[in-house]
Design a protein around this ligand. Structure first.
Ligand code: ADP
Ligand code: MG
Length: 236
C-alpha cells in the first residue's frame, strides 16, 4: 500500500450523486456530495425526513451504489465495483446498526451474533468464542439463548450492536440507532458507541436527536440531498 492510501481519509466522497428511477419519476436522493471522514472520527448526520441520510449511509456502507461521482474507501475508488468485491470490503471493515434492529426472529441471540461471522471462514468454535466475547461486552450474555421476540427493544439493540462488532469492523454505521428506544435505552446505546469510538472505531451515525448528535465531534447537516452545513463541536 502506498503512502497516499495509508495517510488519506478513510472515506472520501467526491461529487457523489444518487438518483432513483421509479416508473416515470426520478428522485435525486443525493446531489453532489463532497465529504471526507478520517479514521477514528465520530460523525453524525442530521436533516429532515427524506433528505437522503439513509441513502448516504447505505452508499458509505456499500449496500447501495452511487449513480455519479467517486467513493474512495481507504484510498481505493470503489464507486464502480461489483457486488462481490464490495461484499468483501464490507465484511472486512464495516458493521451496521439499524433503527429497527433487523435481527432474525428464528435465531437465538447467540446465533444472530454468530451469523455475522458465517461468511468469514472462521471455525465454529472460534465463532462461538467471539460471539460470546461481544455479547459479554454489550451486556447481553445472560440472554444468549433467548429469541429476539423475548427481549425488550433496548436488549434487541444490544444484540444488534454485538452483531455489528463481532467481525471487529473499523467502521461502524448506525442509522437512527436510538430511534425505536426510550431515552434511557437510547442513552445506553450512545454510551456504547462512545466507548467503541474511544477504542478507535470510526463511527458515522444518522440521528434525529440533537443531544445524541452531540456525541459526535462533527455533524453533517443534509437538506434535499445536499450538505448544507457542518458543525464542529467540543464533545460533551
Ligand atoms: N429504493 C428507493 N427507490 C426510490 N426512491 C427512494 C429509494 N430510497 C430512497 N428513495 C427516495 O430518496 C429520498 C431520500 O431517502 P432517504 O435516504 O431514505 O431519506 P432519509 O433517510 O433522510 O429519510 C427520498 O425522497 C426517498 O423517497
Ligand atoms: Mg432514513
Amino acid at each position: 500500500m502506498n503512502d497516499d492510501r495509508q495517510n488519506g481519509a478513510m472515506i472520501r466522497l467526491q461529487g457523489l450523486s444518487k438518483s432513483y428511477q421509479t416508473a416515470d419519476i426520478e428522485t435525486l436522493a443525493l446531489d453532489g456530495i463532497d465529504i471526507a471522514i478520517e479514521r477514528g472520527e465520530f460523525v453524525s448526520i442530521m436533516g429532515p425526513s427524506g433528505c437522503g441520510k439513509s441513502t448516504l449511509l447505505n452508499i458509505i456502507g456499500m449496500l447501495d451504489s452511487p449513480t455519479y461521482g467517486h467513493y474512495f474507501f481507504l484510498g481505493e475508488d470503489i464507486a464502480g465495483y461489483g457486488e462481490r468485491k464490495l461484499a468483501n470490503i464490507r465484511k472486512a471493515h464495516i458493521g451496521f446498526i439499524f433503527q429497527s434492529f433487523n435481527l432474525i426472529d428464528e435465531l437465538s441471540v447467540r446465533e444472530n451474533v454468530e451469523l455475522a461471522l458465517l461468511y468469514h471462514k472462521i471455525p465454529a468454535k472460534e465463532r462461538r468464542a467471539r460471539a460470546d466475547m461481544v455479547m459479554e461486552k454489550v451486556g447481553i450474555m445472560h440472554r444468549a439463548k433467548h429469541m429476539p421476540s423475548q427481549l425488550s427493544g433496548g436488549q434487541q439493540q444490544r444484540v444488534a450492536v454485538a452483531r455489528a462488532l463481532v467481525a471487529e469492523p473499523d467502521l461502524i454505521l448506525a442509522d437512527e440507532p436510538t430511534g425505536n428506544l426510550d431515552s434511557a435505552h437510547g442513552q445506553e446505546v450512545m454510551d456504547m458507541l462512545r466507548a467503541l469510538n474511544d477504542e478507535g472505531a470510526t463511527i458515522v451515525m444518522v440521528t434525529h436527536s440533537p443531544s445524541h448528535a452531540d456525541y459526535a465531534k462533527r455533524t453533517i447537516n443534509l437538506f434535499d440531498g445536499h450538505v448544507v452545513t457542518e458543525d464542529i463541536r467540543e464533545v460533551i
